[in-house]
Design a protein around this ligand. Sequence first.
Ligand SMILES: [Zn+2]
Length: 384
Amino acid sequence: MQRTIRIKLHTNNFLLQTIDIANEIYREILKIGYSKKTYNKNELHKLTYKKLRKKYPTFPSALLQTVRDVASEALKATKLKKGIKAKKRSFLRLDKRNLRVNLLHGSISISSIAGRLKLKFSKNPQIEKYLDWSPVAGTLCYRENKLYLNLVVEKDAPTIQQIQENDVLGIDRGINNIVVCSNNQFFNSNHLKDVKGRYQHLRQVLQSKGTPSARQKLKGLSGREKRFVSDINHRLSKALAESSYKVFALEDLKKMKQNKGKTFNRKLGNWSFKQFENFLRYKSVALGKTVLCVNPKYTSQTCSNCGHCEKTNRLLSRFKCKKCKFELNADLNAARNIAKLGKTEFDRLVVNQPETRSEGFIDLTSHELHLQGEQLQADHFNGR
Ligand SMILES: [Zn+2]
């Protein structure tokens, strides 16, 4: 698994100049790649390397290769159909060829136009948490006169070998209850609805005013509202991830949206269920646990007692099986079905693991990579 941590650096003119030159080189490679219609790294190397080394003799060759790789990816992304108008960039990607970080000693060595620079940084509680992780790559960022290194660190995720049925927690997400869990836990959304209602009212008042100061307040309001929702999501996902369950089964949100109609979708968006899912995944992986998504079709119409599936089994918030007469809260019934599907899905994934991996290892790394933006945010709240 990977995480991104932010390290603040002292402003260093050599590094800033290195970023600027990398930026020029990046644009030159883009131009050449586009005119010669290639994004192949070897070809780009042949077309640009000698020329650029001559033009920018102080620029380290290891960095040149990284800049070329980044340009190659950018060219590939456009499929060479149109030229890229590269804006002035204030960041520089680094990898093992040009970056070494010792988290324990708080030291960094980076290739620059002035040779290898050795820098010190101060550790904060955030960094302390990752001392036993290995740095793999980084991005040097210069924003608002501040220099940062966003460092990607890596560690093997703990593995789950085998699970029992009662290791799986089914989680049903809905409107009346934010989540209902298969172990009879209900997290109702009354408080969330109250607060969101208050925000909505305030928003309407401010919107009708329409003055510049009202618009300013409106902006602040939306930030506060977002933080309120993400705070709830953090607390909820933390409580669940730290419970004794090893696998968390959720309904696949994409399919859920197709099934449940427009009103639900609007509200679903508001409750930020995707964010909840991302937080739960992030916290679970760090504890060696797994989050799975199952197909939501029929979860609300199927009897969790006998398996009988019929549309009329469910009447609003009540579930009553037409066949075995089993009765239960409808969301709880759905959560229990989700848990069963989760167990099946977990077993299927374990069986389908390639033999080269240790048995039962579920690799979530590629998924995690997509979450990096969210992770930074999640990192920020991690202590909660
Ligand atoms: Zn039944």
